[in-house]
Design a protein around this ligand. Structure first.
Ligand code: ADP
Ligand code: MG
Length: 325
């Protein structure tokens, strides 16, 4: 089986899905480059993420989970910008040509592509250590992308879903314990918050997706916006899977654990009454956890007014503790 046979199989699998997508490429898989038409009055948003075996997943993880997550993390970036997904590219390096592995991988990829209504428009297939790079493209009305630099003092800080679940599953996995099913699902099959991102256009002042940890990712908004924030930690939701943890251990997971792919955004206070309607339309719970303030830094407050100190705010590649220095 050659590289071309793998590509042909993939293309065939995606054919019906391609028909159902709104933004068809002028020219997709099969030529030296794809040709894409950006609708008039729209901006193109482009993001890319790599998942490497042994760093982001284990080689024996289900291929369909690896594929779905590789696309989900890119869709999550588009969601955070309020973009409508349009096209994606898959650059994959494979150690061998295991057809059963490839079929499971491509099935997981198709499942996530269908849920995000995004079309595969090209890629690259090479022989080497297992690694998956996806580049995803989306569109927004000109000037309407949700950026990191628009937060203002007085805005509320809001987070979606149940931050901490994915980090808890990873912690359990690394300790050879069985993780609760909903935590494992959050780790292996994160759901990009595309509907929420769409709802936040014209409302949120800044937005980021939580990939490296809530404190670190909110920190990116604060730095880009030149503001600080005060969080009330008791406002963080307590997922059932984390209910037995000591409060401080739970906060630590929720603030510095990565891989949630929830959205954290800032909302001008006049839009607060819209939150229940946004929740309903986006199909995800929203939690107001704090307020943007002037001056820099992130203050984490406990119920008694005492400050909570985090020793590390999120995952960083090349840091001493990530083992990738
Ligand atoms: P070239 O050598 O000109 O880069 P390739 O042989 O790599 O062309 O690819 C042939 C066609 O198949 C191109 O249109 C490319 O985008 C597509 N393709 C290759 N690998 C993948 C992949 N993993 N996923 C989707 N499309 C792919
Ligand atoms: Mg090529």
């Amino acid at each position: 089986m050659s590289e071309f046979a793998l590509i042909a199989r993939l293309q065939q699998l995606f054919a019906a899905h391609a028909e159902s997508c709104k933004h068809k490429p002028v020219l997709g898989i099969g030529d030296d480059a794809a040709v894409l038409a950006i609708p008039a009055g729209q901006h193109l948003l482009v993001t890319t993420d790599t998942l490497v075996s042994g760093v982001h997943f284990s080689a024996d993880d289900k291929p369909s989970d690896i594929a779905a997550k590789a696309l989900a993390v890119n869709l999550s970036d588009l969601a955070a910008m309020g973009a409508e997904p349009a096209w994606f590219f898959l650059a994959i390096s494979l150690p061998g040509q295991d057809l059963a592995w490839w079929d499971d991988f491509t099935a997981g990829l198709l499942e996530m592509a269908a849920s995000g209504a995004i079309q595969l428009a090209g890629g690259d297939t090479t022989h080497g250590p297992l690694s998956v790079t996806i580049t995803a493209m989306g569109i927004t009305e000109q000037g309407k992308a949700l950026r990191r630099d628009g937060a203002r003092p007085g805005d509320r800080v809001v987070v979606s879903g149940q931050p901490g679940l994915a980090a808890f599953a990873l912690q359990q996995k690394l300790a050879d314990h069985e993780a609760p099913p909903d935590a494992l699902k959050a780790l292996l099959r994160p759901q990009p918050r595309l509907a929420l991102g769409r709802e936040l256009r014209n409302l949120a002042s800044a937005c980021v997706d939580v990939s490296d940890g809530l404190a670190a990712d909110l920190g990116h908004i604060l730095k880009a916006s030149g503001c600080g924030a005060e969080l009330l930690l008791e406002k963080l939701p307590t997922p059932a899977a984390l209910a037995d943890l000591e409060t401080e251990a739970r906060w630590k997971l929720q603030l510095s654990g990565g891989d949630d792919y929830e959205l954290c955004f800032t909302l001008p206070p006049e839009h607060l009454p819209l939150l229940p309607e946004i929740e309903r339309r986006a199909g995800v719970a929203l939690h107001v956890i704090g307020t943007v303030v002037s001056g820099g830094g992130l203050k984490l407050q406990q119920r008694d007014g005492q400050e909570f100190r985090l020793d590390s705010s999120g995952y960083e590649h090349f840091s001493a503790s990530s083992g990738n220095a």
